[in-house]
Design a protein around this ligand. Structure first.
Ligand code: SF4
Length: 231
């Protein structure tokens, strides 16, 4: 269907020269632990059912995670934390995700990223963010009929949501809503059908190893998202 076609189109994109060079260099040089594997080395499309009511919006694929396995959050520590929580919440059929053939399926949840290629230092430039934004907008337009809530993992994803909201729903909040863990934004005009936005600290090691984001905090966010989505 249209979303499969978009996924395929995203996987072939070469619009950002710096990111194309980086993703391919990482794929060619590899991390020692994965030297026997063939890296994906391309943009990473969204993952999850097309009629999901919950979307999880990340920053970008990890160099040796999604950029290696070809599936978002798959094969890295961030994904370990995220998929374990999704499993506890009943939104994933298994708690782990190692590669694209590991049998993982999600329930009512679609995961995608604001930028689809792994960036050096996990930091896309504003230009790369803007170049990739139409893919997010197109994906949100395609899942719009069912989408009820977006969980933004971190401030970068939070910031990427607003242009998508404007492009897809024609909705813009009257004033800026700053990112924060647990911050909820909902449209004052429910007739527009705009999804709610829920902020969550990113599941990066930087946050999970330091205890800034605990499994319990993640469970709470997913429980709220399920309630908002009627899931
Ligand atoms: Fe294309 Fe997005 Fe990758 Fe840039 S980041 S090359 S726009 S898929």
């Amino acid at each position: 269907d249209a979303l499969d076609r978009l996924d395929a189109e995203i996987s072939r994109c070469r619009l950002c020269p710096r990111l194309v060079a980086w993703r391919e260099e990482v794929a060619a040089t590899k991390r020692a632990a994965f030297r026997d594997q063939t890296y994906w080395g391309r943009p990473v499309p969204g993952f999850g059912p097309h009629d999901a009511r919950i979307a999880i919006l990340g920053l970008a694929p990890a160099a040796h995670g999604g950029n290696r396995t070809g599936r978002i959050f798959t094969g890295d520590r961030s994904g370990d934390v995220l998929f374990a929580a999704l499993h506890r919440a009943g939104l994933a059929n298994q708690p782990t995700s190692t590669d694209r053939d590991d049998g993982l399926t999600l329930t009512d949840t679609r995961i995608f990223a604001a930028v689809r290629c792994a960036p050096p230092d996990n930091k896309p430039t504003p230009q790369e963010r803007d170049t990739c934004a139409p893919f997010l907008h197109r994906e949100m337009r395609l899942i719009r009929p069912h989408l009820r809530v977006v969980i933004a993992l971190g401030g970068f994803a939070w910031a990427a949501f607003w242009p998508a909201l404007r492009a897809v729903y024609g909705v813009a909040p009257a004033r800026k809503v700053p990112f924060g863990h647990g911050v909820l934004w909902q449209s004052e005009e429910p007739a527009e059908g705009a999804p709610a936005l829920l902020g969550c600290y990113h599941v990066s090691q930087q946050n999970t190893f330091t205890g800034r984001l605990t499994p319990g905090m993640l469970d709470e966010i997913l429980a709220r998202a399920k309630a908002l989505a009627g899931a």
